[in-house]
Design a protein around this ligand. Structure first.
Ligand SMILES: *Cc1c(COP(=O)(O)O)cnc(C)c1O
Length: 430
């Protein structure tokens, strides 16, 4: 099948990138469980190593099963290429790696997955990189935070822990004016609810661990390139625009054009950082993606019902779901996220910390785990777990106050989920 723009999302999520196995005719994509590939002859090997011919050398760089997943995600996001990695956090480093050097910084949203805040505020400093965190609703603050060493703006589309959606177009305009790419973490939205490249994003990152796989089986990540950013327009991105000594002075942007970022990520990023996705993980994620649209529809429908039920309940102080009419982001959801605001949100329980702990313990269908985007419903009390190390002020700022729990709504029967919350709230407020 050609993956032309005439095909709908539901068709592409099953077919894009895949074709019957040329050796056996196998209809499902085989798991190519191999580390290496036999070269036709010495000339073939040399051409592959010089990047003069595209092919498989060694599975740290490329693998046929992983390649199908890469093409599938790139197609669903409307990008020209993608690189899969071992986790979402690996994907974030892989996205920044070609752009950054010692002394460079990124401007990042304050509303990010907790692990990303730690990666950006602490770990990347070891590479000589840094991040400035700003409220991305305040576009003047975003502009003000950009300096001559800024190499990207980073945000999430539907942001963790829920209740917030980003105006991607507005941020993309700021990034364009500054001559830097906008990187959007599209994990919580998935390309079914939001395609950031259509709103001006240059790169999209995913934790495929979450909705794309959809069943909590494997960790993985992906960086998708729009192919639209001009890496040679300034001297800010020498890794892509200047000669690369490891490949005889080859210039990635000049040689590979819109695929420069993707080729660099494989030929330098995966080759030297080695954060490779294995073919088993790619297989599980390919299985998951086949049903992405069906699952996301149900995730959103359930989240909408449950958020409305909780908001109307006396035992609940407030609910932060961007899909509720009461949300300050309700208009933005209608304009930019017409298929819904995802399935992640928080709510505040009357009775504070103690009531939250009782609620979490009393739930039977919801699992208490540090994950999200699973087919099953999940809950976490951040103040006693992921945000335990933070001061009370920091917990409040992160939307993780002692009285707040985060839900990741699954695709079970919404009535069962409501009944479970009902009985657990009764025990929590007893
Ligand atoms: C989980 C998550 C990550 C990190 O992904 P891992 O696969 O756990 O490394 C990054 N961003 C968001 C929004 C996430 O939910």
């Amino acid at each position: 099948m050609s993956d032309g723009p005439t095909h709908g999302f539901d068709t592409l999520q099953i077919h894009a990138g895949a074709r019957p196995d040329p050796a056996t005719g196998a209809r499902q994509t085989p798991i190519y469980q191999t580390t290496a590939y036999v070269f036709r002859d010495a000339d073939h090997a040399a051409a592959l190593f010089n990047l003069q011919e595209v092919g498989f050398i060694y599975s740290r760089l490329t693998n046929p099963t992983v390649a199908v997943l890469q093409e599938r995600i790139a197609t669903l996001e409307g990008g020209v290429g993608a690189v899969c990695c071992s986790s979402g956090h690996a994907a974030q480093i892989m996205a920044l790696f070609p752009l950054m050097g010692p002394g460079c910084n990124i401007v990042a949203s304050t509303r990010l997955y907790g692990g990303t805040v730690t990666q950006f505020s602490q770990t990347i400093k070891r590479f000589g990189w840094s991040a400035t965190f700003v409220d991305t609703d305040d576009l003047d603050a975003v502009k003000g935070a950009i300096d001559e060493n800024t190499r990207a703006i980073f945000c999430e589309s539907i942001a963790n822990p829920g209740g917030y959606v980003t105006d991607i177009r507005a941020l993309a305009d700021v990034a364009d004016a500054a001559g830097i790419p906008l990187i959007v973490d599209n994990t919580s939205a998935t390309p079914y609810l939001c395609r950031p490249i259509e709103h001006g994003a240059s790169l999209v990152v995913h934790s495929t661990t979450k909705y794309l796989t959809g069943n909590g089986t494997v960790t993985g990540g992906c960086v998708v390139d729009s192919g639209k950013f001009d890496w040679s327009a300034s001297d800010k991105f020498p890794s892509l625009s200047q000669p690369e000594t490891a490949y005889h002075g080859l210039k990635f942007h000049e040689t590979f054009g819109p695929l420069a970022f993707t080729f660099h990520s494989i030929a330098i990023g995966l080759r030297d950082l080695g954060m490779t996705m294995n073919p088993q993980a790619a297989h599980y994620t390919l299985m998951g993606i086949e049903t992405l649209s069906l699952r996301m529809e149900r995730h959103v429908e359930n989240a909408q019902k449950i958020a409305a039920w909780l908001e109307a309940d006396d035992r609940v102080d407030y609910v932060t779901y961007a899909g509720l009419p009461s949300s300050p982001y309700s208009e933005r959801v209608k304009a930019h996220y017409p298929k819904g605001a995802g399935a992640l949100f928080t709510f505040a329980v009357k009775g504070g910390y103690e009531a939250c702990v009782k609620l979490v313990n009393a739930l039977e269908i919801f699992s208490h785990v540090a994950n999200l985007g699973d087919a099953r419903s999940l809950i976490i009390h951040s103040a006693s777990t992921t945000h335990r190390q933070l001061s009370p002020e920091q917990q409040e700022a992160a939307g993780a106050g002692p009285n707040v729990v985060r839900l990741s709504i699954g695709i079970e029967d919404a009535n069962d989920l409501i009944a479970d919350l009902d009985q657990a709230l009764a025990q929590a407020s007893a």
